[in-house]
Design a protein around this ligand. Structure first.
Ligand code: ACO
Length: 323
């Protein structure tokens, strides 16, 4: 059976680090409060010359190098972002152009923090259907540009960055140990828009707008939806929590990640955490965390990796892959 296999990954973080102490000089907050409520210690902030496409391009180039794939092989670019460079063209087209590619398809996916899972599921289905052979799947964000830096309830939570994977058609190694994307599950429910949204947009206000959130409510929904998305992936593949080698969750908040793992009976030592250093990078958070665990050797060939995310919309979902 034709499968999509993750053959490489890469990431890029802006150089500038913003600590909790720096934030405490801007709004009425403290390192103690942010650390206790979120687990975040610092986040990266894009420089004035950086945009979502420049971060995404660097992550994509690193993922291609890691996969040993040629730029010319790429026939699909799916870029997840809620902070595109411009309303149009798609940020994916900018990355395509910077890579020097003039063929294949490139488009953006907008599912906020679940964007990377949506992009991965989309590229996986293109490959399975025979419509693409080598896909770049990118999650890239500059959330610092849509934050209200006077709202302590939101500005302490987010950061900028990008991560990418190369997804290629293949048959895997065969047998039960087959590599590749095993299942993806996507959900959305637009009723909850007012709990997490941006109060602007080209068609409504003709402004970019700022992020608005009811944190407590989002927290409550996140744990339930993420647990459901993981249970769904396990039920669809006949696997159990003990079979999972690594959980790579969306890095919104340490407490959401811990509560979800507890609910699912997943060993916390098997959960990849970057939220302390990256904050919530929305669509970039899962590929950033994946890249870290691959780079430091935690994720090894044959390992079962479960990715999950939840974000504005609401949207949520999971993806299960054998490395
Ligand atoms: N520093 C100090 N005090 C703060 C801060 C801050 N940065 N932010 C809020 N507070 C205050 C509030 O004003 C409130 O004060 P009050 O009691 O005097 O009114 C108090 O802290 C408690 O506020 P809550 O919002 O109830 O605090 P809570 O324990 O819920 O923590 C938080 C807030 C961290 C936002 C939490 O609700 C959360 O993490 N929610 C999930 C949101 C999230 O991760 N969203 C990301 C996008 S969706 C996703 O990715 C899953």
């Amino acid at each position: 059976m034709r499968r999509s296999i993750i053959t490489g990954c890469g990431a890029y973080l802006p150089e500038r680090t913003m600590s909790n102490d720096e934030l405490a000089r801007m709004v009425d907050t403290s390192d103690e409060w942010i650390t206790a409520r979120t687990g975040i210690k610092e986040r990266r902030i894009a420089g004035p010359d950086e945009t979502t496409s420049t971060l995404g391009l660097k992550a994509a180039e690193r993922a291609l190098a890691h996969a040993g794939a040629k730029v010319a092989d790429v026939d699909l670019i799916v870029l997840a972002t809620a902070t595109p460079d411009q309303t149009f063209p798609a940020t994916a087209c900018r990355v395509q152009s910077e890579l020097g590619l003039t063929s294949g398809a490139a488009f953006d996916i907008q599912a906020v923090c679940t964007g990377f899972i949506y992009a991965l599921a989309t590229a996986d289905n293109f490959i399975k259907a025979g419509q693409a052979d080598t896909a770049l799947v990118i999650g890239a964000e500059t959330f610092s540009r849509i934050l209200d830096w006077e709202d302590r309830g939101t500005c302490v939570l987010f950061g900028d960055g990008a991560g990418a994977i190369v997804l290629q058609a293949g048959k895997g190694r065969g047998g039960a140990e087959d590599r590749g994307v095993l299942s993806t599950h996507l959900h959305s429910d637009g009723r909850y828009e007012k709990l997490l949204y941006v109060d602007g947009g080209p068609s409504s206000t003709q402004t970019v707008g700022k992020l608005r959130m009811s944190g407590k409510e989002v927290f409550r929904h996140a744990v339930v939806n993420l647990s459901d998305a993981v249970s769904e992936a396990l039920a669809a593949t006949g696997l159990t929590p003990e079979d999972i080698d690594w959980v790579v969750p969306h890095q919104a908040n340490r407490r959401i990640i811990d509560a979800t793992a507890r609910k699912l009976n997943i060993d916390p030592d098997r959960v990849v955490l970057t939220v302390d250093r990256h904050g919530n990078t929305s669509a970039a958070s899962v590929p950033l965390a994946l890249n870290e665990a691959v780079s430091d050797g935690r994720i090894q060939p044959g390992h079962l990796v479960l990715m999950e995310a939840m974000g504005g919309g609401f949207t949520w979902g999971s993806a299960l892959a054998r490395w």
